[in-house]
Write a protein that binds this ligand. Sequence first.
Ligand SMILES: NC(=O)c1ccc[n+]([C@@H]2O[C@H](COP(=O)([O-])OP(=O)(O)OC[C@H]3O[C@@H](n4cnc5c(N)ncnc54)[C@H](O)[C@@H]3O)[C@@H](O)[C@H]2O)c1
Length: 388
Amino acid sequence: MVVKPMIRSNICMNAHPVGCERNVEQQIEYVKSQGTFSGPRNVLVIGASGGYGLASRITAAFGSGAATIGVSYETPAKGKRTATAGWYQDLAFRRFADAAGLPNRSFIGDAFSHETKQDVIAAVREMMGTVDMVVYSLASAVRVDPDTGEMYRSALKPVGQRYESVTLDGKTAELKPTAMDPATEDEIAQTVKVMGGEDWKLWIDALREAGVLADDAITVAYSYIGPDITFALYRDGTIGKAKEHLEATAHELDATLSRTGGHAWVSVNKALVTRASAVIPGVSLYLAVLYGVMKRKGIHEGTIEQMYRLFTDQLYGGDGPETDSVGRIRLDDWEMREDVQEEVHRLWDQVNEENLTSIADVAGFQHEFLQIHGFDFDGVDYDADVEV
Ligand SMILES: NC(=O)c1ccc[n+]([C@@H]2O[C@H](COP(=O)([O-])OP(=O)(O)OC[C@H]3O[C@@H](n4cnc5c(N)ncnc54)[C@H](O)[C@@H]3O)[C@@H](O)[C@H]2O)c1
């Protein structure tokens, strides 16, 4: 069938299989163009089908020749409905990895469940013996507690104050006012339960107890801080509370792993258009303004550039990662540079409906949003019938 993007409120309801394959291929080409490095050998990526997790898997496999196991939660095609982008991207990764002789396995299932953990442990044992790197890159709206069966939902809300801002509708290029009441204590607790570090620790404990975590294994999870423009909703909001928990979990895990020569890190990454970030109110406009500024300065990066830099400069860069005063790796260093943020603030104060497209990189935002769903790639015939 012919697949055209179906977008509403910065959510794309479908994906293009050929474009998704192209997305993976381009990231592989980037890593190959940068050269190989001596990094991990056996890698588990939890949240491997899109965004930062997919870029981590590609970097480990095509940069360091690693065998990889990926876990993600995606939906196959059904009738006239296409599969999710992550489904196609995962398939494409496996095809390219197979062709390159890079051992790989993928699990499509709920990473929060005991069953998925046990299935993955069995696969690690069979395929790798032990893993020497675990990437935790989940972005989820819900989590079912594996012991109690209770369902928790994460909320994107401010804490202690009302939030008013504008959000960029990527489809119509319109600015829409957003307002939100502060989260309740229960919403904060639920968000921490979903996006905090509890499940990351469950994974590491399960792998260690099963004897499939190498003594010197490292694990990394991804966080975000951002500027004061997004603080009220992001870092000071419900999701920020979850990130604080994730960062505290890194210290806890590091204390245990470092006894045998391993480590746990949090990497604070740059703000980028992914399926998870595009739906955060206010963040879409910030992304478009930031993209414009960073592109003009020649320092814009995508997920693959960020992850290649994480692996080669920080995690496997010789003397080990450089961290901030509380132990976090800061891949958001260019985003947070004083000159970048000064320019972002200057533009943010001026931006309105009339000057939007000249002040912010709306076209860049739209292009990346389409591409993470397999659309807007040169050389892909979007009028052709495709097998979904
Ligand atoms: N996008 C950004 O701007 C940004 C910046 C800094 C840090 N981060 C962090 O990076 C991490 C990954 O985010 P992303 O933006 O790459 O998201 P994404 O939406 O692109 O990818 C999320 C991944 O999680 C998987 N997933 C979701 N629920 C799952 C479940 N129950 N079981 C198994 N897999 C599941 C999805 O299949 C997908 O592979 C998050 O922790 C996010 O907070 C993102």
